[in-house]
Design a protein around this ligand. Structure first.
Ligand code: GDD
Length: 369
């Protein structure tokens, strides 16, 4: 494999006690590697003076391959996006690494990840959850649950079923792949970036390889993962789910046709002087029937459910009752709260929560694989 220019991106926020040592440890690894290896520290103006340590390293003659990119604190994902853009546009990198600056990832593992890139992978994951990889024994229940939960959400909500460690932060990626990705489309700022980028790579058909690594608990400084990162992570996984699922798109199309049926029947009944409180459930039921037929014979046609069609029909009706109740109670509530607003608006707003509940119950229960 030809020599590549490789930029190792180290995002830092208050890593004064780690950054100098990790730069030294990486430089020691680079001596045994044939590629043109660089380090790019992406620091968010850390108040502890992390950047000063990097500048001191740069001043030492043998560190011409150490680069520093400063910015304002906007999250781990935002730092990686800045770093990757800089590595591609200004440093003309052929490949980049993501790596924590706190020794959670072992510098000795860098050559193994690089070898996997050399062997043809586009995206290499330093994985804790494949055979040979590990998480720290010292991790408490909460940290284990957090990591496990993140991976379950990444795999089963965002749909990264084949990946064992989708939240890993130790990865090597070819820039030929990164150049196909519009970072703004990922719409993430924090730790959700790991899953968002990986999902994009998978959907572009990239060759992904997981290499086992041991994740080491940091001894200096502390984790920056906050509650807002967890919320963004979960929301992002659901966003991916909803936007990448052909089934959901079909369901949304069917749902839109249901809206037309619902409002069409409702308008006709009002014109025929039917009481609005009776016209509403009749129109909802009419749309449920058309939705059922279209979803059963089109949206979920390929699902190989073990249930007999009669059982599926029964389940669908039970789910429909739940969504009917949700839609109707929303309608009644809005009619009471905003009597001056046209009833068509109340009816329309009532459709939204009902459709959401309808999709998830039908997808995970009625038409489950
Ligand atoms: N520039 C910048 N800006 N760097 C940041 C920021 C930020 O907002 N937040 C964190 N970092 C840096 C830290 O200084 C450290 O070098 C690295 O990113 C990882 O941050 P930690 O806060 O130590 O991460 P962690 O141990 O909780 O999470 C690790 O494991 C996760 C999976 O369990 C990371 O590897 C994550 O990427 C990974 O998803």
């Amino acid at each position: 494999m030809a020599n590549l220019k490789v930029v190792m991106i180290l995002p830092t926020y208050n890593e004064r006690d780690n950054i100098g040592h990790i730069i030294d440890a990486l430089q020691a690894q680079f001596r045994h590697m044939s590629h043109d290896m660089h380090i790019l520290v992406v620091d968010d103006s850390s108040p502890d003076g992390t950047a000063d340590i990097v500048r001191q390293k740069q001043a030492g003659g043998s560190n011409a391959n150490v680069h520093l990119l400063m910015g304002q604190k906007a999250g781990l994902g935002a730092a990686y996006i800045r770093g990757m853009s800089h590595a591609m546009d200004k440093l003309h990198a052929d490949a980049v690494f993501e790596m924590d600056a706190d020794f959670s990832h072992k510098p000795e593992d860098v050559p193994r990840l690089m070898a996997a890139l050399d062997q043809g992978a586009d995206f290499v994951i330093g994985s804790r959850y494949v055979k040979g990889g590990s998480i720290p024994k010292e991790w408490g229940l909460l940290r284990r649950m957090n990591s496990l939960g993140g991976n379950i959400v990444g795999r089963y909500v965002a749909g990264l079923y084949k990946i064992h460690d989708c939240t890993a932060g130790f990865r090597a990626i070819k820039t030929s792949l990164l150049r196909k990705i519009v970072f703004d489309d990922l719409r993430v700022q924090g730790y959700a970036f790991q899953v968002a980028l990986l999902h994009k790579a998978v959907s572009l058909g990239a060759t992904i390889k997981e290499v086992p690594v041991d994740f080491i608990d940091r001894t200096e400084g502390e984790s920056k993962l906050g509650i807002s990162d967890i919320i963004e992570f979960i929301l992002n996984a659901w966003w991916i789910r909803l936007h990448s699922s052909k089934t959901f798109i079909k369901f949304a199309i069917v749902g839109s046709s249901g809206v037309v049926v619902n409002l069409g029947v409702f308008t006709l009944l009002l014109q025929a002087n039917v009481n609005k409180y009776l016209a509403s459930p009749i129109s909802i039921e009419a749309s449920i029937i058309t939705n059922f037929l279209l979803n059963n014979y089109w949206t979920f046609r390929w699902r190989k459910s073990a249930d007999h069609v009669r059982i599926k029909g029964l389940k669908f009706n039970m789910v429909s009752l739940v969504s009917l109740a949700v839609s109707y109670s929303t309608f009644v509530l809005l009619s009471m709260l905003f009597p001056a607003t046209p009833p068509e608006i109340h009816q329309l707003v009532g459709i939204a929560p009902a459709m959401f509940i309808n999709y998830f119950l039908n997808s995970y229960w009625t038409f489950k694989h």
